[in-house]
Design a protein around this ligand. Structure first.
Ligand code: ADE
Length: 287
């Protein structure tokens, strides 16, 4: 973690779209957290596992996520942004209870053809936004530790036996973002056809990614699969949000922040300068 001239570290931002995804993280931040309201959003400034952080509910959709991201960068000077939440599984290998850590994110509903290629952010020349490799490695390790040791028991307990996980997995790859809750086999099939590499679909990640790209701020996205984007997606999402979303988000993010702190302490001890952020991955795809 870098240090400011006054010896303090800039905070890491933690973002989620829905209260059910963020509340368990806010509870873990403790009572010394202060609250600031900007642009109808409450920013919770404090620490998680000893690491300075600002947590905020972006609300749902790309505009809400982009606006929140700009505020986090401009007003709070965050060092990096981590988005945690739920997603619908699109790839056949991705099941409810699995976790997806983004390598890249794309806006599946961005289409300015014939002026620009499909999916490309106009005048930016980018369709696939790459997450920070170092942050994503750490999220992957944190998610893997959770799903392999605690997820089944924690989720069964939190959902009072309603949600049973069968060998949850952690995946890494492409996340598709758009201003649409996908809930039908036809819509999900079309998305699968247009973006065969996409693992899951959600409504904020690529908007955060685009803003972070424009400001040169490292970011990562972790999504837990709540539904299969099919006919029952609305019910499955609501059940999972109520019973399991907070369990995943707080377990993964607490472990992530704690490891970040350990690594920063080790580096300070060995006087090394770099920290896990490896900068924007150089495989950002331009078309
Ligand atoms: N977030 C969780 N499930 C989703 C879905 N099916 N579509 C879009 N965003 C989601």
């Amino acid at each position: 973690m870098t240090q400011r001239p006054d010896g303090t570290s800039p905070p890491i931002a933690i973002l989620a779209a829905m209260p059910g995804e963020l509340q368990a993280v806010l509870d873990a931040m403790g009572p010394e957290t202060r609250h600031e309201i900007i642009g109808l959003r409450q920013f919770h400034v404090g620490s998680l596992e000893g690491q300075p952080c600002v947590a905020c509910l972006s609300r749902v959709g790309k505009v809400a996520a982009a606006a929140t991201t700009v505020t986090l960068i401009q007003r709070f000077g965050v060092e990096a942004i981590v988005f945690a939440g739920l997603a619908g599984g699109i790839h056949p290998d991705v099941k409810v209870g699995d976790v997806v850590v983004a390598r890249q994110l794309i806006q599946h509903d961005l289409d300015a053809r014939p002026l620009f290629p499909a999916f490309e952010a106009p005048l930016l020349g980018i369709s696939h936004f790459s997450a920070d490799a170092g942050l994503s490695d750490l999220l992957y390790a944190s998610a893997t530790a959770f799903v392999s040791h605690d997820a089944r028991r924690s989720v069964a307990q939190a959902s009072q036996g309603r949600i049973h996980l069968d060998r949850p997995q952690v995946h890494r790859g492409l996340i598709a973002t758009g201003d649409r809750f996908v809930h039908g086999s036809q819509a999900a099939g079309e998305l699968r056809h247009r973006l065969p590499d996409a693992l899951c679909v959600e409504m904020e990640g690529a908007a955060v990614a685009q803003v972070c790209h424009e400001f040169g701020v490292p970011f990562a996205v972790v999504r837990t699969i709540s539904d299969q984007a099919d006919q029952t997606a609305g019910i499955d999402f609501t059940d999972f949000l109520g019973a399991a979303a907070g369990v995943y988000a707080s377990a993964i993010l607490r472990r992530f922040m704690s490891t970040l702190g350990d690594e920063a302490a080790q580096r300070q001890h060995s006087r090394a300068q770099a920290w896990p952020l490896s900068g924007r991955a150089d495989d950002t795809k331009t078309i």
